[in-house]
Design a protein around this ligand. Structure first.
Ligand SMILES: [Zn+2]
Length: 74
């Protein structure tokens, strides 16, 4: 199946995701299936773990400060 690029008018394969002539993206659907959101999910996971580490660190610091305060009060 041949199609015409809506951007530059050159003949292209209908399966093409990007036009080889003008490099414009042709298909949102194919683009999404061929580029699954793995990287995005990994990013989100990494952000979540970073957040978790940050929360743990903050908790540890707070405990340390409380411990120091109690130690100073004695
Ligand atoms: Zn084109």
């Amino acid at each position: 199946m041949k199609e015409k690029c809506p951007y530059c008018g050159e003949e292209i394969h209908s399966e093409y995701i990007f036009c080889p002539h003008c490099e414009n993206r042709l298909k949102e659907k194919n683009y999404k299936t061929k580029n699954p959101f793995h990287s995005d999910m990994k990013d989100a996971e990494m952000k979540a773990t970073r957040k978790g580490v940050l929360i743990k660190l903050t908790g540890m610091i707070i405990l340390l400060i409380i411990g120091l305060a109690i130690g100073l009060m004695k």
